[in-house]
Design a protein around this ligand. Sequence first.
Ligand SMILES: C[S@@+](CC[C@H](N)C(=O)[O-])C[C@H]1O[C@@H](n2cnc3c(N)ncnc32)[C@H](O)[C@@H]1O
Length: 231
Amino acid sequence: MVESKGWNWKIVESDQEEYWKKPSVESYYLLNRWSIQDRKEFLDLGCGLGRHSILFGKNGFNVSCFDISQEAIDRTKEWAEKEGLKFDYKVGDMIKLPYSDEQFDWIYCRNVISHSDTEGIKQIIKELSRVMKKDGECYLTLGSKDTWGFKQESWPLIDANTRLRMEEGPEYKTPHFYADYDLIQELFAEFKIIDVHQEIDYYEKQGKVNSSYHYHVLIHKIWKRRQYEFK
Ligand SMILES: C[S@@+](CC[C@H](N)C(=O)[O-])C[C@H]1O[C@@H](n2cnc3c(N)ncnc32)[C@H](O)[C@@H]1O
């Protein structure tokens, strides 16, 4: 398994920082979906600067913030304190989550899980399943094999699905795992997959328009007994 490597938030430029401080579009859908249930234990896995922790915290969820980067946790804490919000904070590697079995109703994991290799991803999914309550849900994104990064043949291929990103910047030498639809079905076979779709994001960089493809996946942890009944 490749060694985990988080983001270096200290070198993120201020215009990019603005992006990382606004909640993503789908977070409002999930906020709506999850708010109507009386279950509040929320894990922001790979919280970054805390944009989703703040959104869910302001809306009455009990938020746990987790990231491998101390800087990310410090920045999230500073922001939450300014907003008068109290969260739980932990620094660590998602390969081994420091939480008890079935602790969370909802896990938000946007642009995080792909920072590993195939063996690592499988281990992370085991950990997600362990810390999710029965009937809990997890939203996560995965880089798509259609994206340009996977096609960079000069970037080291660590296994059939993983490349090291060699672009200068906060993700330099970070492993990136890329999926396709069949691989997603295989990886999440023990869950009910509520939604899986691929999106293209367009962004401008140094005057050029770039694009990247991601899968957005929403999974539901089914009861073992119900899993059996479904067969
Ligand atoms: C692209 S940022 C996304 C941040 C946040 N989810 C958001 O949407 O704003 C990825 C985050 O995942 C964290 N991360 C990467 N690998 C990790 C690991 N093995 N364990 C925990 N966090 C990790 C990085 O440090 C970084 O803060």
